[in-house]
Ligand binder design. Structure first.
Ligand SMILES: Nc1nc2c(c(=O)[nH]1)N[C@H]1C(S)=C(S)[C@@H](COP(=O)(O)O)O[C@H]1N2
Ligand SMILES: [Mo]
Length: 309
């Protein structure tokens, strides 16, 4: 897997040293673990536990992950978020969880993190634009939080909303999207163990440009479903509106599962460019459900995925 592409920087060049040392120690003795599909844990700063859901592919560098971003609230250029997202104030962050739940309320980050066990989840991220990365997230399953608030029987969907702070977000003066950024999942997708809320990256608190202090990660869907810097989570009985679908309904559907056989109207989705592979690197095949079919294919049994794209 790692041999299929080559970093132009070494992982160790930009990885916090403790992570790198630990990783190397683990790799030295853990061939068996890796063959079993279990990735070694990284460092101990956030104390994230390894997960059987992690890929054993080599993660992208911290440099790549934090300088090549989509976060349109801070501009549409890939390097805009790294330049501008430091303006986002994450102190005192609150997330309102409401709708069809037993215990609606406002949660501080402390409330959210108290009583959860952070895990490292090394996931593939496939952007709808045709590039991909391997990212070592730290977070917890969304189902943990949903179970804590008590999902009512009428709930069928989960809606998410990003903060809207015109004073801090240099990109929202442009009407490229209808702010705030909103996203949604069907309830069974939200409860799937692959669906996480990430609060860290490389076992450090998540950088602002990656969606601090808390963002969704849904690895079998195109990257735009993984909404950043969340302030509201609402359980609903109706399919919630989603930002890219509102802007271009013919190009972006509600489901947006990674699917190499359903092309974007303006480009093929059959292959992808792995960031860090260098400009001359060959594109690699895109996998159905981004390679997570064993965990999620049954969610879509009997559905026409070309129609429900
Ligand atoms: N609020 C918000 N969330 C967002 C976006 C955005 O512009 N605004 N971009 C999405 C897209 S298109 C992708 S590919 C991923 C990129 O995540 P990363 O920058 O952490 O790699 O974030 C997604 N989440
Ligand atoms: Mo994306």
């Amino acid at each position: 897997m790692a041999g299929r592409w080559k970093n132009d920087l070494n992982w160790s060049d930009v990885t916090p040293k403790s992570a790198w040392l630990n990783r190397r120690q683990i790799m030295a003795g853990a061939g068996a673990l890796a063959l079993g599909g279990i990735a070694g844990p990284a460092l101990a700063n956030l104390g994230a536990k390894p997960s059987r859901y992690s890929t054993v592919e080599e993660p992208n560098t911290l440099e790549h992950i934090t300088t090549y971003n989509n976060f349109y609230e801070f501009g549409t250029g890939k390097d805009d978020p790294a330049q501008n997202a430091h303006r986002l104030t994450t102190d005192g962050w609150e997330v309102e969880v409401g709708g069809l739940v037993d215990k609606p309320g406002t949660w501080t980050m402390d409330d959210i993190l108290k009583g959860t066990t952070l895990e490292e989840r090394i996931y593939r991220l496939r952007c709808v634009e045709g590039w991909s990365m391997i990212i070592p997230w730290v977070g917890f399953e969304l189902s943990d939080l949903l179970n804590r608030v008590g999902v009512q029987s009428g709930a069928k969907y989960v809606a998410f909303e990003t903060a809207l702070r015109p004073d801090e977000m240099t990109g929202v003066s442009s009407r490229v999207l209808d702010w705030p950024y909103v996203e949604g999942l069907r309830l069974d997708e939200a409860m799937n163990p692959l669906t996480i809320l990430a609060t860290g990256l490389y076992d450090e608190p998540i950088p602002n440009q990656n969606g601090a202090p808390i963002r969704l990660v849904v690895p079998w869907k195109y990257g735009f479903k993984s909404i950043k810097s969340i302030v509201r989570i609402t359980l609903t009985d109706d399919e919630p509106p989603t930002s890219w679908n509102k802007t271009q309904p013919r190009e972006y559907g509600f489901y947006s599962n990674v699917n190499p056989s359903v092309d974007h109207p303006r480009w093929s989705q059959a292959t992808e460019r792995r960031i860090g592979g260098g400009l001359r690197a060959r594109r690699i095949p895109t996998l159905m459900f981004n390679g997570y079919g064993a965990e999620v294919a049954e969610l879509y049994d009997g559905m026409d995925l070309a129609k429900h794209f």
